[in-house]
Ligand binder design. Structure first.
Ligand code: C2O
Ligand code: CU
Length: 494
């Protein structure tokens, strides 16, 4: 075993610069996996569920024996899990009891533009800190500003899928998500209900993210997360799952459904199931960002860039009772190669199955229908004064530049290129990957996506379908440090 000090040293050697924690790191697989509580509506009527959630500070124990102040939805990290129904309206009233402006975006949601969490549609704190004014906080970016609370409307005209919500404040998403402003939002529908998939306590959301801690247990985040110091974005040296460091989950020798979410600011994962003695387990992918696949596909490894979700089944009956199966990240070094562990502790009756056909309504988009072809180049450039900037098609974000105006109901062919790893994310619209680096897409590109990892000097082609609403939406890099450094652009659905 490697001691705490050794761990941070190894972590630093990984690709990208890792922000080291101070003080001892916890021993892996020492704490049970927490599962975030499910949010309950304050009332339900006329096809609408009303929720109230408060953004506030909370004091939680993440590192054993130390206290961490989080900025959480309801003061917890991850925030409560919303469970919603396809086509049924969810109204969430968010109250901001923090001392900073916030923006809430439902990632993967087909949401009207006013509720989409545009980065300048600020929710200012209910109460200003001494010496601050709301005028000052709204800053240089005019948007639809609210004070104290704001209601977000989610009509959810979309299929069952694993969505998530997180902060999207202009220039500050990275530090605010790092401090805890993120949670799950699960959409279910009839098609999914009819499938004999594992459910109940065997349907587990897993939010993966990395963090660094100061000696006193507080989150550590660089004061300047600029490109020169952290060109890859900020990486931590403590792996969290559902907010707990390297947790363990006791499982029965049955099938489990895991909704994997990469909620990291910048870390990428290549997940595998290490059963020890050179034996590896298998995932069966049933869903992607946008919902169920047409048919399940077995995967030995799951590649996840920030923002992506993979809905997978793991069948623990493949392992003898007593097995320890480690969720392993082979994209990392040192202690960060461990993510969490499963202990197979008992036998149990299992009525679940993975049917050979999942989503009967899945429609494979055909390139023939996609008329406009648009290219988006994600690149680091230098401004006149030699400052580095992250840009799309050579320009940093501006609220009034529209990069594309697709028609509502249309399908377009979009092409993403980059000089670097950039997870490209679109609001509102979902897409299917048709080519990667001039070749057919990877197995892990399957299904409806809203986020795709564009690797260095690679062109990724997708067919995007614009459904739901007209209005201004955005596409951006989901490396949150790149996003905060202006790697965002607008498209206007007309
Ligand atoms: Cu998950 Cu615009 O973001
Ligand atoms: Cu990027």
């Amino acid at each position: 075993t490697v001691g705490a000090a050794g761990w941070s040293r190894v972590a630093k050697a990984s690709t990208g610069r890792v922000l080291a924690s101070a003080g001892p790191l916890p021993r892996p697989f020492g704490v049970p996996l927490p599962v975030p509580p499910v949010a309950r509506p304050v009332r339900s009527e006329h096809g609408t569920d009303f929720y109230e959630v408060e953004q506030r500070e909370g004091r939680v124990e993440i590192l054993p024996g130390r206290r961490t102040t989080v900025w959480g939805y309801d003061g917890i990290f991850p925030g409560p899990t919303f469970t919603a129904r396809s086509g049924r309206r969810t109204l969430v009233q968010v109250r901001n009891s923090l001392t900073v402006p916030t923006v809430t975006h439902l990632h993967g949601g087909v949401t009207p533009p006013e509720s989409d969490g545009y980065p300048t549609d600020l929710l200012l704190p209910a109460r200003c800190a001494p010496g601050q004014t709301h005028d000052g906080m709204a800053g240089a970016h005019p948007g639809r500003t609210a004070v104290g609370y704001r209601s977000y409307e989610y009509p959810l005209p979309q299929q069952a899928a694993t969505l998530w919500y997180h902060d999207h404040r202009m220039d500050f998403s990275a530090p605010q998500v790092w401090r805890g402003l993120a949670g799950f939002f699960l959409v279910s529908d009839q098609e999914e209900d009819r499938l004999p998939l594992p459910g109940g306590h065997r349907d587990v959301p897993l939010m993966l993210c990395d963090r660094s801690f100061a000696e006193d247990g507080s989150f550590r985040y660089p004061a300047h997360h600029g490109h020169d110091t952290f060109p890859d974005g900020v990486l931590g040296d403590v792996q969290l799952v559902n907010g707990a460091p390297w947790p363990v989950l006791e499982v029965s020798a049955t099938r489990y459904r895991f909704r994997l979410l990469n909620a990291s600011n910048a870390r990428r994962y290549r997940l595998r199931l290490d059963a020890g003695d050179g034996k590896w387990g298998q995932f069966v992918q049933i869903g992607s960002d946008g919902g169920l696949l047409a048919a399940p596909q077995p995967l030995d490894a799951v590649d996840m860039a920030p923002g992506e979700r993979f809905d997978v089944i793991v069948d623990f009956s493949a392992f003898p009772i007593g097995s320890k199966v480690t969720l392993h990240n082979s994209a990392a070094r040192g202690g960060m190669r461990d993510v969490m562990r499963f202990h197979v502790v008992r036998r149990e009756k299992d009525d679940s199955r993975v049917p050979s056909r999942l989503s009967a309504s899945f429609e494979t988009l055909s390139p023939g229908r996609a008329v406009p072809v648009r290219s988006f180049d994600f690149r680091r450039t230098h401004s006149a004064d030699e400052r580095q900037m992250w840009t799309i098609n050579g320009r940093p974000f501006s609220t009034d530049t529209i990069l594309a105006s697709p028609h509502l109901g249309s399908v377009e062919r979009w092409r993403f290129s980059s000089d670097f790893h950039h997870p490209v994310h679109l609001h509102l619209a979902q897409f299917q990957v048709t080519a990667r680096g001039g070749r057919p897409p990877a197995a892990t590109d399957a299904g409806w996506k809203d986020t795709v990892d564009v690797r260095p000097y690679e062109v990724v082609e997708v067919l995007v379908r614009f459904t739901g609403y007209k209005g201004r939406y955005m596409l951006h890099c989901h490396n949150l440090e790149h996003e905060d450094m202006a790697m965002m652009g607008n498209f206007q659905v007309i």
